[in-house]
Design a protein around this ligand. Structure first.
Ligand SMILES: [Zn+2]
Ligand SMILES: [Zn+2]
Ligand SMILES: [Zn+2]
Length: 209
């Protein structure tokens, strides 16, 4: 406590108010910024910490934070700013739910190329059901908002995405226009097994995004 406070010159990291050394105990520590704040800038509100979620898949919301940090974390809750693949790709191994979510997102990413260019998919409303999702969901499969991560953990997001993936996959596999865009395996040249990049179990292009 003393060394961080000394570094701050016994000034509140929020309003800059000076506190006499003897009253230093009145400062409160903010777990988000790692700094000390006076009591008007820090009302001991509790929050989750993005770094705990992303490094440990730990969603506990009992961390004491400054008022500034509390408002900031609420404000960015819905913003899609966390690329899990860049920040901590090991997280996909830590949580099975996140791993399955990643597969759904990557499948949507590959499906979108067919769906968004198919005339039949447009006429039958399949394009629209993809586009009910925010575009980063299928354009940038590794990017998450904090809300996405919370809802991945609760299973809520899975319930939304899975039926859409099934529906779009069914379209592509049964649509003559989409099916014509599938690839024949270059290794075995067997035209009875048309390969689509969204069958990620057999093609595994997913990790190279
Ligand atoms: Zn202050
Ligand atoms: Zn189609
Ligand atoms: Zn093959």
């Amino acid at each position: 406590r003393d060394s961080q406070l000394k570094k701050q010159g016994y000034l509140c990291a929020g309003c800059g108010r000076y506190v006499e050394k003897g009253y230093a105990y009145r400062f409160r520590y903010c777990e988000y910024t790692g700094k000390y704040f006076c009591r008007s800038c820090h009302s001991d509100k509790k929050s989750y910490l993005p770094s705990y979620i992303i490094t440990k898949w730990d969603f506990s919301n009992k961390h004491s934070v400054s008022n500034f940090a509390f408002d900031y974390l609420n404000r960015i809750y819905k913003e899609a700013v966390f690329n899990i693949n860049d920040l901590n790709s090991k997280l996909f191994q830590k949580s099975t739910k996140l791993k399955i979510m990643n597969e759904l997102r990557c499948t949507l990413y590959f499906l979108r190329r067919y769906i968004l260019t198919c005339r039949f998919a447009e006429e039958t409303g399949y394009q629209q059901s993809l586009q009910t999702l925010p575009s980063y969901i299928y354009e940038h499969p590794h990017i998450y908002s904090l809300e996405d991560l919370f809802k991945t953990k609760s299973g809520e997001l899975h319930k939304v995405f899975e039926p859409i993936v099934m529906k779009l996959r069914d379209h592509v596999l049964t649509c003559s226009l989409c099916f014509a865009k599938g690839y024949i395996c270059e290794i075995c040249n067997n035209d009875k097994t048309i390969i689509f990049p969204f069958n990620i179990q057999t093609t595994s292009t997913c990790s190279g995004l």
